[in-house]
Design a protein around this ligand. Structure first.
Ligand code: ZN
Ligand code: ZN
Length: 368
């Protein structure tokens, strides 16, 4: 089975390949994979893929779109493989209808949001450069007031045929009519705004609703806000990929927020009550239990990220980071010395103590 769906890879041609290179690569592969010749299980699927690759890469408009966006409307297998095969290998040429309505392309964007926005959700206006239906001609491509007539080059068929000799004998090459672009119609006067394209490039401000709980790498779909369709086709969709900015005090783990709290050895030994920040502002009290260990976690329920699309939310996980003073005052030195004389050194085999696990947790929990 083919592991690639890239049209250029499928045909084994470089991205700047000429039409002739593409044609000859297709001819070679079509001979190899045509289901009449090749009985392997995946041959017909492969044949379909290379045929689609060929059809798109030899159509300048679709090729350009493919180069820009990596896809074209429609996927593998939604057109008849017969159509193209006939162009090379003869057979009945059915009359093709002029191209009908075409759906606009989907657009993909990426935005970066703050952790707080992901927690609370918000509306955000984003700027989307895209092709829209031309306002002046309403998509017809004709200057208002001018008349529209049947294309004289293709007689309204939307395609032109050239008979050529090839290694396989005579074949008819069918391509989109260069004059009318496949619509089968020409206008006396092209629209001054879009030069007959029917669409024009615009920067559009789109309001995006970011739902509470959204996470890095998730994608929002805004239906109908992609590029305008052609010849009355519907618009594509807009997909917005969410990237989460790093936060100075919190690190997100699913819907929990990891926070590191630095405490002194005395606070850890005696226990203490400390205030910590929360993501939505306001402080919360954390009880450091007496005898707290380095890397130990205290859970603040419900102070994390809301679950996306459902009720409830994650927790804030406060990891205790016991910080030993780097320098001592005279008085501290006296007291630490006293402590040292008083305390037995810690046991080297404490069964409750998963030292490496705790160190790993604490290291990984570096929220600032
Ligand atoms: Zn126009
Ligand atoms: Zn034409």
């Amino acid at each position: 089975m083919a592991t690639t769906s890239d049209y250029y890879d499928l045909l084994g041609v470089p991205r700047n390949a000429s039409d002739e290179q593409i044609r000859s690569a297709y001819r070679r592969l079509a001979r190899q994979y045509h289901p009449d010749v090749n009985k392997a299980d995946d041959a017909s699927e492969r044949f379909k893929q290379i045929t689609e690759a060929y059809e798109i890469l030899t159509d300048p408009q679709r090729r350009q779109r493919y180069d820009m966006f990596g896809s074209t409307s429609g996927g593998f297998g939604d057109f008849g493989i017969g159509d193209l095969f006939e162009t090379f290998f003869g057979g009945d040429l059915r009359r093709r209808e002029p191209r009908g309505p075409m759906r606009g392309a989907d657009l993909r964007m990426e935005i970066e949001i703050d952790l707080l926005d992901a927690v609370q959700g918000r509306e955000r206006v984003i700027n989307v450069p895209r092709l829209e239906t031309c306002e002046r001609c309403r998509g017809s491509g004709a200057e208002p007031g001018s008349s529209i007539s049947t294309c004289a080059t293709c007689n309204g068929r939307g395609e032109v045929r050239q008979v050529q000799q090839s290694v396989f004998g005579r074949f008819v090459n069918v391509s989109t009519c260069p004059r009318c672009g496949g619509s089968g119609k020409t206008v006396d006067k092209l629209c001054a705004q879009c030069r007959g394209e029917g669409r024009e490039r615009k920067d559009r401000e789109i309001s995006l609703t970011i739902p509470p709980g959204i996470d890095d790498g998730q994608q929002l779909r805004v239906a109908g806000e992609g590029e305008a369709g052609m010849r009355g086709g519907p618009s594509g969709d807009l997909y917005v990929l969410i990237r989460l900015k790093e936060h100075a005090s919190f690190r997100r783990e699913q819907d929990d927020l990891v926070h590191l709290l630095r405490v002194s050895p005395a606070q850890a030994a005696l226990g203490d009550e400390v205030t910590v920040p929360t993501i939505e502002g306001g402080d919360a009290k954390v009880r450091v239990p007496p005898g707290a260990q380095h890397g130990q976690m205290v859970r603040l329920r419900g102070k994390g990220v809301p679950h996306l699309g459902s009720s409830g939310r994650g927790d804030q996980l406060v990891y205790l980071d016991i910080v030993v003073p780097r320098a001592l005052t005279k008085e501290q030195r006296r007291l630490y010395t006293q402590l040292k004389d008083l305390e037995a050194p810690p046991s080297q085999t404490d069964e409750d103590d998963d030292l490496f696990g705790r160190i790993k947790d604490a290291m990984g929990g570096g929220g600032g």
